[in-house]
Design a protein around this ligand. Sequence first.
Ligand code: BGC
Length: 251
Amino acid sequence: MSSNIGFGIDIGGSGIKGARVDLDSGEFVGERIRIDTPQPAVPEAVAATVKEILDQAEWDGPVGITMPAVISGQVAHTAANIDPSWIGTDVQELFSRHLDGREVTVLNDADAAGIAEAVYGDERARKGNVIFLTFGTGIGSAFLVDGQLFPNTELGHMVIDGKEAEHRASSAVKERKGLSFKQWAKRVSKVLKAYEVLFFPTLFIVGGGISRKHEKWIPLLDCTTTVVPAQLRNRAGIVGAAMAVQRHLQP
Ligand code: BGC
C-alpha cells in the first residue's frame, strides 16, 4: 500500500464526513466516517465534531477541511447554507485550537472537489477553461484553468432572470418542487447558458449526488459547451481536502 496517505473532512449541512485518502490513487483507505452535523451548526460545535471524527479514525496528522463558504485568508466570508455565525470566523485559529495545533487547511467545498477531479478524474479537466459545478443543497463552482484553481467563484449565487442560480436549479430545488428530470434539466440549461455567455468555458463538469443519475439529465441539456459527469462523485470533497493540506494550500 502507498505511504502517501492524507486525511480529508467535508463539512456539509446534514453530515460531517472524513476519510483517509491515498493521494497516489485518490481512493479512500478504509471506511468513511460520518457524524450528523450538530444543530445549530455553529463553529465551536462543528469543530468539536471534526475532532471526534479524527479521534475515531485515530488520525493525528495534517487535515484538510472543506465547507460551503468562501474561504479567503483562512477566514470564512459567507455562509449561504450554514450557520451565519461562520461569517468572519478565523477558521485556521478555530480548527488549530480544537486539533492540538496540527497543520490544517480549510477551503471551499466545490473548490476541493474541483481540484480532486482535475487530478484523479476525467483527463479533460486538466486542459482548458473548465467550470466544475456541484448540484446539491446549493450550487457550488470551481474554475479550473489548465487544472489550476481560481478559488471562491460562487457561481451558484449568480442572479439569472431575477433569481439566484441555486434557487432555480440546485438538486434541492428539484426535490422540493417535485420536478421531473426534464423540467429540472430546463432550469439547469438556463443556468449553464448564462455561464457560457460570460465565461466561454471549454467544458462543464457536473458533480454532486445527482450526477450519479447523469444519463437521465445530461442528454437533455441544450447548452453549447460539452457537459460531462464528475467521476469522483461524493468522494471528491474529502479527496480535495486531503490534497489541499498536503500541498500546503492556504486559500
Ligand atoms: C455556497 C458555496 C458552496 C455551494 C455548494 C453555496 O450556497 O455559497 O460556497 O460551494 O453552496 O455547497
